[in-house]
Ligand binder design. Sequence first.
Ligand code: 13P
Length: 254
Amino acid sequence: MRKNIVAGNWKMNLDKEEAISLVKQLLLEINVNALTQIILAPSYIYISDILGLCMNSQHVSVASQDCSVRDKGAFTGEVAASMLKSIDVEYVIVGHSERRAYFDEDNQLLKKKVIKALSNDLKVIFCCGESLEQRNKQQHFDWIRSQLSESLFSIEELESKMSNIIIAYEPIWAIGTGVNATVEQAQEMHSFIRKLILEKYNSQTAENISIIYGGSCNANNASDLFAEKDIDGGLIGGASLSAASFLSIINSFE
Ligand code: 13P
C-alpha cells in the first residue's frame, strides 16, 4: 500500500538548539495514521541528536541530505552511506537540484550514489525537476524522463529495490520562490512519472511507489496538492523549519 510522506529538508538551516526544540515540538504534536511517514533531514552534525529524540516514534524517521559516492578513505569532509547506516539513519536524499547545481552532481554520479545508498540498506528520496526555461520550451517531460532513466532506471538491480525508493518532483523554479507548481502542473508530472515506472517495471511497482512534491509547498497549498491522486505528500524546505507550518502540512492529508 502506497505511503503518504511528508519530509522536511532543513538544508543548511537551524542551530542545534533550534533543531532540537523543533523536533521536540513535532514529536509532541504529530498524530498520524499508520500510512503516513514523516521524515526529517537535518544537517549531518545533528543527525545523531535527532535520531535519539525520534528513536521511539513509529512515524518519524531521519534522513541525511546527501551521502558520499565513495566507500571510505581519504576524502576529507565526506560521509559514507555505511557510516549513516551504522548510526541507524533510514533515508538519504539523492539528486537535490541544489546538489546538482552547486556541487556539479550529474546523473552518472547520482546513479552511483543511489547504488551506494541502496547497497547499504538506506532508502532513497530521489529528486528530479526541471528549470523554468525547460518548462517554457516544453522540454520538462523529456528532462524528467532523462533524469530518471539515467540515474535510476539504468540500475540493473533496482527492480527488486523499488520499495526503497521515494521520488520527489521538485521543479527548480518553485524551490524557495514562493511560486509553487499549480495542482494541475504537479499532478500532470506525477502521473507522467508513475507512467514511466509502469512502463519500466510493472503496475504494482507503479501503484506502490510514493511520489512527493517539493517547491514552495506550504500550509496553504498542501491540502490541494496532496488531494491529487498521484501526489503522495511533500518534500518541504522553508515551511519545515517551523513546527506550526510543518504540522499544518502534515495534517493536510484528507
Ligand atoms: P522550499 O519548500 O523552501 O521551496 O524547498 C523545497 C525543497 O527544495 C525541498 O527539498
